[in-house]
Ligand binder design. Structure first.
Ligand code: FAD
Ligand code: NAP
Length: 572
């Protein structure tokens, strides 16, 4: 923490006080921004190193300890402790140690910078004139970063390689700390006798009230139970907060400081959103009316719990396996601009023929929009749909010798395109991957049929040298439906494998949950090089997989054992 340069002219204690606190209130927020920017730079650097490290990792045979593998062992220990050890808060809230450390570090950073050197020249500790304005300036300096972290077109996600759904935790955490900082600012101003009747103070109070409400409506139970309510109220309150903060800071020539950059970032995100909507849905915006429903989506009800949405791939729409898109069905949603994210389950195919031109989404029927869509689809309607995307930074499965893809229920939407992409890369000779293990847990046996065609196609004529092990697990009560029925209509006790049910060679079907600990332990032990484990399918599955790869293996890695990269989707 630096000290500001002060004038050499001898000053009274009061004048010196003012000069000190004004100078520190100008300097410290900049230093906070530098620390945060430095942290983002370090994370981005690690992201780059991670990409290179995978390329530099040469497969090794287990043997004597090699000191050259110390960086790999250190990386393994760090990743295991930072991302795979978790702390639970309440019944359903879990943070990994990296998130806990980040939260503690961020709170400490802001409070230390707001409260150090706040003793006045007359010896009053925590003098409100000192910390009041400084806390406000520190809060303002954080707003652009918080806005950037909350947008879909997320610049911090691009440079750090961290999925924007994972960054949304950081967005919320920083916004909550910001709220406390603004309270500290208000407390300082009240204690130092600022009259509440000043217009500047009134807009400040509007800004603070919006922020407090924003933090309240953003708690997890509200987001989970009433997502659209949360989304709309969040947008309105965020705008109120920004506008009121702008007028609060404008009078003291500080709007440029935090609020204007934040507004520009938010405006850019909205602009990119609308530009994508217009570009990728141009068919709907043409002056001549549409003659056919070419751009409309068809929705198939696969089971009462699942639907498949198929739409035409717009020209210029490209994506990488595992990315998602937001879909708006104005004729189905109750609210305008309601959009829901779904993972694109097909892989990009430049072929302009109808078969290469499809975007397919598998959606689990929940209680809101998806339920309405299922009910309308059952009536055989086609739907006008607006596509916005692609979004998110899925893990790049490059440089691994074994990739393990684990899905539960609708999580298949994420792992299926990764499987198809890996097999395609192997055919084109573009991957080092030698083994893919694909695990899918599903409750209803009949849902296995959805991926039958995709599996038959991609497993047919595998590239030489690539082994693909597809394991499907049925965990629900519909299992008995698989049993053949005998002549008198009774279920025959099933014995053997369920492969016949799917009729795809190379696919094994079992019952009950997969034993992830045993499966991952065996694959990591037997892999011929770095291993990538990717999980999507709800909290319980993600926790089970995390537990299976939690323990660091420094000695094994020093002896030539394989390193493991782990990714679990944002719902964890
Ligand atoms: C990046 C990403 C990719 C996803 N991919 C898929 C997929 O391929 N298949 C699939 O079945 N599901 C996927 N989901 C989840 C899917 O978006 C929600 O299940 C869907 O929006 C629920 O709509 P609903 O109105 O029926 O839900 P509700 O019954 O109202 O809510 C069910 C749950 O969905 C959440 N939710 C509701 N609306 C949204 C929204 N607009 N954005 C984010 N979360 C929301 C709620 O918080 C709640 O936890 C994905 C989510 C994300 C964030
Ligand atoms: N890209 C993305 O981010 C993306 C894409 C699609 C889906 N998703 C998310 O994925 C989740 C999927 O939910 P869903 O409702 O579709 O799934 P679901 O119907 O709840 O099915 C989950 C399956 O996983 C099994 N499972 C649960 N815990 C397990 C464990 N510890 N070990 C082994 N198997 C286990 C379940 O078995 P039991 O029957 O024994 O419980 C069940 O078969 C949602 O949270 C959704 O948001 C995210």
């Amino acid at each position: 923490m630096g000290e500001p340069a002060l004038t050499n002219i001898p000053l009274s204690k009061i004048a010196l006080d003012k000069q000190l606190r004004v100078a520190r209130a100008a300097l410290y927020p900049k230093e906070v921004v530098w620390v945060v920017a430095g942290l983002i730079a370090v994370v981005s650097l690690f992201h780059l190193l991670d990409l290179f490290y995978i390329f530099l990792t040469r497969p090794a045979k287990r043997g004597a300890i090699s000191l050259r593998r110390i960086p790999l062992a250190v990386a393994d220990v760090t990743r295991s402790f930072a991302f795979r050890w978790t702390i639970s808060f309440g019944l359903s809230y879990t943070l990994n140690l990296a998130e806990v450390a980040l939260t503690v570090a961020y709170i400490s950073l802001l409070f230390v910078f707001a409260l150090v050197n706040t003793t006045s020249t007359t010896g009053i500790k925590f003098e409100p004139h000192y910390f009041g304005n400084r806390a406000g300036a520190i809060a303002a300096s954080q707003v652009p970063i918080i806005v950037a972290l909350g947008t879909r077109n997320n610049i911090i996600s691009w440079i750090t390689g961290i999925s924007y759904t994972k960054l949304s935790y950081v967005h919320r955490m920083m916004a909550r700390v910001l709220c406390v900082m603004v309270w500290l600012h208000a407390l300082g101003k009240i204690k130092s006798g600022t009259p509440l009747t000043l217009p500047l103070v009134r807009v400040g109070l509007i800004s603070l009230s919006s922020l407090v409400l924003l933090c309240i409506v953003s708690i997890r139970p509200v987001r989970e139970r009433a997502y659209q309510f949360f989304f709309i109220v969040h947008c309105v309150l965020a705008l109120m907060f920004l506008i009121a903060a702008y007028f609060h800071l404008k009078d003291i020539q500080m709007a440029y400081y935090g609020i204007l950059p934040a507004m520009i970032l938010w405006g850019l995100d909205r602009f990119m959103h609308f530009a994508r909507i217009v570009i990728f849905n141009f068919g709907y915006f043409k002056p001549t009316p549409l003659t056919s429903g070419d751009f409309d989506a068809s929705v198939d009800v696969l089971s009462p719990q699942f639907i498949r949405i198929t739409l035409h791939r717009p020209n210029h729409f490209r994506w990488v396996a595992g990315q998602c898109a937001y879909l708006s069905f104005p004729g189905v949603s109750s609210l305008p601009f309601e959009a829901h994210p779904f993972t694109i389950s097909t892989t990009y195919n430049p072929d302009p023929s109808p078969s290469g031109n499809k975007l397919i989404f598998y959606a689990r029927v929940r209680d809101g929009f998806t339920r309405k869509l299922r009910d309308r689809a059952a009536e055989g309607e086609k739907f006008r749909v607006f596509l916005d995307g692609p979004y998110d930074s899925p893990p790049a499965l490059i440089g691994y010798s074994t990739s393990i893809l684990i899905a539960g229920g609708s999580g298949i939407a994420f792992t299926l395109p990764l499987l198809i992409d890996l097999i395609g890369q192997a055919r084109r000779g573009e991957t080092t991957c030698r083994r893919v293990v694909f695990v899918w847990s599903i409750r209803e046996s009949e849902n296995m049929q959805w991926i039958r065609d995709s599996l038959s196609q991609c497993l047919h004529g595998l590239a030489p040298g690539l082994s693909v092990d597809v394991q499907l697990y049925i965990t629900g009560k519909h299992i008995e439906e698989l049993y053949p029925v005998d002549s008198i209509g009774e279920k025959i006790k099933f014995s053997g494998s369920y492969s016949d049910v799917l009729s795809v060679p190379g696919v094994s079907v079992g019952t009950g949950r997969p034993d992830l600990e045993a499966l991952l332990g065996k694959e990591i032990q037997e892999a011929s090089g770095p291993v990538s484990v990717n999980v999507c399918g709800g909290r319980s599955l993600a926790q089970a997989a995390t537990k299976a790869v939690r323990y660091p293996r420094p000695m094994d890695i020093l002896r030539g054992g394989n390193t493991v990269s782990f990714f679990a989707d944002g719902s964890f």
